[in-house]
Design a protein around this ligand. Structure first.
Ligand SMILES: [Zn+2]
Length: 141
């Protein structure tokens, strides 16, 4: 892995296009594009691609945390007890995010907090084979 970008190098309240984000973080535009493919949410599918500083921070923090110990295919990340955990009952709610990303939310088997995993929408079918997924709207009263 190359040198890590500092999430604090971008301002949470600003939006960045790919070149601006690359310059702020000391990365190449190709790296920013690979992050977008990997799940960094962008603000609109239209050009120019804009990314909020807040999204970049969240993405980088999650990415670097996950890199300490990569998530297994069945694992979510729990920020409550700080690690890779299985969701209770292998059940998760699907929260649509911007663009091609969804957030899966389950309950941590260790501490009961919400554990999450952000995946690309295209992987939902694959995850539906391992998890009992329900849509956010279906689980609301
Ligand atoms: Zn936990």
């Amino acid at each position: 892995m190359g040198k890590r970008a500092n999430p604090m190098a971008v301002k949470a309240a600003l939006t960045y296009d790919i070149n601006e984000a690359a310059a702020a973080l000391g990365k190449s535009p190709a790296t920013i594009r690979s992050w977008i493919k990997d799940g960094l949410p962008v603000m609109s599918s239209r050009k120019p691609t804009l990314i909020s500083g807040e999204a970049i921070r969240t993405y980088l923090r999650a990415k670097y945390k996950a890199a300490k110990r990569p998530l297994g295919p069945d694992e979510f990340f729990c920020s409550g007890c700080g690690g890779a955990r299985l969701p209770v009952g292998m059940a998760a709610t699907v929260w649509p995010m911007q663009n091609r990303t969804v957030l899966l939310k389950g309950a941590c088997t260790r501490c009961g907090c919400t554990c999450t995993r952000m995946i690309s929408k295209s992987r939902l079918g694959e995850f539906a084979q391992r998890f009992r997924l329900s849509n956010k709207a279906d689980s609301e009263p």
